[in-house]
Each structure stands twice: as structure tokens, then as C-alpha cells.
Write a protein that binds this ligand. Structure first.
Ligand SMILES: Cc1cc2nc3c(=O)[nH]c(=O)nc-3n(C[C@H](O)[C@H](O)[C@H](O)COP(=O)(O)OP(=O)(O)OC[C@H]3O[C@@H](n4cnc5c(N)ncnc54)[C@H](O)[C@@H]3O)c2cc1C
Length: 447
């Protein structure tokens, strides 16, 4: 155990971001205490504090790498416990902009599992760390500060199963309480300026149901994604999860939400651009009723732009930035941020807030631009469309069409979406030429 930086660090929230953060802090602090208002269930059991955990959670290849960097051997363990895995182009059917990508093995493994399974296993790994204590049923109500308010000195917590309110001193407090983070309020109570907030209203609605499919219903595919188009913004994704089951999530934007009554759910699935999802669930055994969740907007707090910020408080995960979940970036972004924190701590001192927030902002820029740029392809979504966004949104459907025949382009695209490569790579001259070649006058229509 390494206690080089401080005696006690506190993490608020024991979901993916908080757990990964605790794993990182355990290497640099004598003790790490993680508070969550929920009771922590068995592995694979849903919990109230994470209502999104009933919906499909895709872990991008970059997220898989990042998890293994933080917890060596984690994904091999998950696969050993039954998490399906396969190639992200060879075993996933991508249907984007009304075109189905040509499938081929590109040796980029993806991992699928239900969200409670994934989080539960990460929780088990973190709970095994000798200097980490997970305190459940405890609401964090405030941060405490030194009299000059320049430094956060701990938190005030309230045990929801009794025990009343108490102060917990800490050298470092990291807020990972998700979209509902009270950090903006706490900062204002301490006399700090509010951070600017970027917001893209998407009015997204999800509905999800779990099935046991008939044998061979998806062929050799482990998942399939049908994205909406500007003409038909409805989409859906079905994926294998542990236990031989499949999870189907349907989504619609700007209030056009999938219903949760089974006939309405099926009718929504049948209204997608492709019929593959409807074909896959034909004769399937539903194991749950459809459940819904709403996601009004992608929100990004620009803490990196603040000139003053108290020492001893950092924020991570959805509490800083929560992306439109259609693009499946949140857990990967949290894991990358935790990795960035680890590299800052490796310098042997508590990260200064300014340096920390600037560092994680750089990791957030790309997934944020991808999600926002893609949302703005829908003309109904309000927001400023820069010349670059307009150009990219005219180009991508052409690339998707070309990827129906050209594996090089499909590979390049899924590597970018999987957060392995930078998006600029899609605009490389050789790739643009391949797209143009497919769309040259007289070219055969993509199949
Ligand atoms: C519908 C939906 C689908 C998604 N799909 C994907 C996907 O496919 N792939 C992907 O990578 N990501 C996906 N995400 C995002 C992903 O769920 C999050 O990015 C990820 O969970 C990291 O979030 P977090 O840990 O920062 O916050 P959260 O997961 O929101 O967790 C916050 C935690 O803090 C606790 N808490 C809150 N307030 C307090 C308090 N005051 N005191 C104590 N505890 C508190 C809560 O109980 C909870 O445990 C999806 C999100 C949604 C909404």
C-alpha cells in the first residue's frame, strides 16, 4: 500500500466512476472511503441509485482497455464469469444512416454484459482492496472547508439507515455522484463562481426488455445496432448479455419515446429503418416487461474554465459530463478520466484542481464532440452547427454507405466510435478518396 500522498481520501458515489476512482486512490492514500446512498446489492442486481442500469450498456474497446489498465485481468475475469465477447465489426451488425456495414473480423474485441453484472464485478474488485471501505446507505449532504474556504477538508454524511449526520475529514474528496451532483451548489455555498455549462437538449427516451432468443436468431452476431436517420430518428440495439440472454433497448428523440406496453414496444421496434431487430425477437421469450428511462440532455460542466476552485475537491464521471447514452461513452469516459487521475497522482502530490480539470477536459473533448456532432445531424435538435459539424454530418452518411462494401472504412469508423482512434482519422485523404470512389458516377450501388 502506498501512502505517499495523504492519509485519507473520500469518494462520493459507488457507481462506475466512483469505484474506478477508489481503485486509483487506493494506490496513493492510506485509506479510501466510498460513500453511496444506495444499499449495495449482490453482483448482477439492479439498484435505485443507478436507474440506467436496466438498459443496454455497451463497453467500448477503449473502455475495455482502460478497465484492464486500472484492474489488470478484469475483463478476462468478466468473460470467465459469462460476459459475451466478440469482434466489434465481425460480430456486431452496424446499421447506420440506413446502411448496413460489411462485417469482417478486425481483431478489436468488444465486451458485452448487463450493467449490474459489470458494475458488480468492479465493485467486488474494489471491495477486495484492503485500504478501501465502501459505506452504503449514506447520503453525502455537504462538503466541509477550512475557515478561509480555500480548501475542502471533508464531507458531512447522513446514514439513511440510522446513525444521523456526521463529519468525515479527508485530505481529498472526489465527487462521482453522477448527473445529480451537488458540486455546483456546494461550490456556490463556499463562495465560488459557477462553472459554465454546455447543454444539448435531445429529449431522449429509452425502453428496454430482456429476452431469451430462439437459437440462432442473431446468427454469429453478438449485437446489432440500428441507428435513427434524420428521416426516421428512431433506433434500437440488441446485445447478448451474461446468462444466455439478450437485452433490447429502443430509443427515440425529442419526445418520440418507445412505449412500455409490450404491443407498443413491438410496434416501435417494427418502425425502425431495418427489420432485423423485429426478426430477432420473433418467437423470443420475454424475460422482463419493458422499462423506460428519459435522458433530456447531454450536459458538460466546464470546471476547467474556472479561475478559482478549492483545493482538495475534484469531480469525475457523469458529474462533470454526461453524454447522450446512445453513443455508449459514459463508462469508457469515466475509466479514461480515472486513468488520467492515476497519472497525475503518480507525480507524488495531490493534483491541483486547475491541472486536473484541464487534463480530464482534454479526455472529454473527443467523446463530447462525437456525441454532440452526431446529435446535431438531426435537424430537429436545437444547437449551433459549425461549418465543421455540417461538413462532417454530410460526409458520415456517405462513409456509412461506402462501409457496406469497404471493410477498411467500417473498421476505421468503429475504431473511432470505440474511442480507440481519433475522429480526425476518418477525414484522412486516403479514406475520403475511398468514400468518393464508392460514390463516383456510375459506381455500383453499395450492397
Ligand atoms: C439510459 C442510459 C444508458 C447508458 N448506456 C451507456 C452505455 O451503453 N455505455 C456506457 O459506457 N455508458 C452508458 N451510460 C452512461 C453510464 O451509465 C455512466 O456514464 C456511468 O455509470 C458513470 O456514471 P457515474 O458513475 O459518474 O454516475 P452514476 O452512474 O449516475 O452513479 C452515481 C452514484 O452516486 C450515488 N449518489 C448520488 N448522489 C449521492 C449522494 N448525495 N450521496 C451518496 N451517494 C450518491 C448514486 O447512488 C450512484 O451510485 C448510460 C446512461 C444512461 C442514462
Amino acid at each position: 500500500m502506498n501512502t505517499s500522498i495523504g492519509d485519507h481520501a473520500v469518494v462520493l458515489g459507488a457507481s462506475m466512476a466512483g469505484l474506478l476512482t477508489a481503485g486509483v486512490l487506493a494506490r496513493s492514500y492510506g485509506r479510501v472511503t466510498v460513500f453511496d446512498r444506495d444499499a449495495m446489492p449482490e453482483i448482477s442486481v439492479h439498484r435505485r441509485g443507478v436507474p440506467q442500469d436496466r438498459h443496454l450498456h455497451f463497453l467500448h474497446p477503449r473502455g475495455r482497455q482502460a478497465l484492464d489498465e486500472l484492474f489488470p485481468g478484469l475483463t478476462a475475469w468478466l468473460i470467465g464469469q459469462g460476459a459475451p465477447t466478440g469482434d466489434v465489426l465481425g460480430n456486431i451488425r452496424w446499421q447506420l444512416s440506413g446502411h448496413q456495414f460489411r462485417q469482417a473480423n478486425i481483431r478489436l474485441p468488444g465486451l458485452l454484459a448487463s450493467r449490474p453484472f459489470l458494475e458488480g464485478h468492479v465493485r467486488a474488485r474494489v471491495s477486495d482492496l484492503p485500504n478501501v471501505t465502501l459505506v452504503e446507505r449514506t447520503d453525502v449532504v455537504a462538503v466541509t472547508a477550512t475557515p478561509d474556504r480555500c480548501r475542502v477538508s471533508g464531507v458531512r454524511v447522513h446514514g439513511t439507515a440510522g446513525g444521523g449526520e456526521r463529519a468525515v475529514p479527508a485530505d481529498l474528496v472526489i465527487d462521482a455522484t453522477g448527473r445529480g451532483s451537488r458540486a455546483p451548489l456546494w461550490l456556490s455555498e463556499l463562495g465560488y463562481e459557477p462553472a459554465a455549462v454546455d447543454r444539448v437538449d435531445i429529449g431522449l427516451g429509452y425502453a428496454t426488455r430482456i429476452y431469451r432468443l430462439r437459437p440462432g436468431a442473431l446468427g454469429t452476431d453478438m449485437a446489432m445496432l440500428t441507428a435513427g436517420t434524420p428521416q426516421n430518428p428512431r433506433g434500437g440495439a440488441i446485445a447478448a448479455i451474461e446468462g444466455g440472454r439478450h437485452i433490447l433497448t429502443l430509443f427515440g428523440i425529442l419526445g418520440d419515446h418507445p412505449p412500455t406496453d409490450p404491443p407498443g414496444f413491438d410496434a416501435f421496434a417494427a418502425s425502425l429503418v431495418f427489420s432485423d431487430i423485429t426478426d430477432a425477437i420473433r418467437d423470443a421469450e420475454p424475460l422482463t416487461d419493458p422499462v423506460s428511462i428519459r435522458f433530456p440532455a447531454s450536459v458538460r460542466h466546464r470546471y476547467e474554465r474556472l479561475r478559482r476552485f478549492p483545493i482538495g475537491l475534484l469531480i469525475l464521471g457523469d458529474a462533470v459530463c454526461s453524454f447522450n447514452p446512445i453513443y455508449g461513452q459514459g463508462m469508457t469516459a469515466a475509466a479514461i478520466q480515472a486513468g488520467a487521475l492515476q497519472r497525475l497522482l503518480a507525480r507524488g502530490e495531490m493534483p491541483q484542481p486547475r491541472r486536473y480539470f484541464r487534463t480530464i477536459a482534454r479526455t472529454i473533448n473527443t467523446p463530447w464532440d462525437i456525441a454532440v456532432g452526431a446529435d446535431l445531424a438531426f435537424p430537429q435538435v436545437p444547437g449551433t452547427r459549425t461549418a465543421k459539424i455540417r461538413m462532417v454530418n454530410r460526409y458520415l452518411p456517405k462513409l456509412h454507405a461506402a462501409a457496406t462494401a469497404d471493410v477498411t472504412l467500417g473498421r476505421a469508423f468503429v475504431r473511432v466510435l470505440g474511442m480507440v482512434d481519433r475522429p480526425e482519422g476518418l477525414l484522412r485523404p486516403d479514406r475520403m478518396l475511398r468514400v468518393l470512389w464508392t460514390h463516383r458516377p456510375g459506381a455500383p450501388a453499395p450492397t
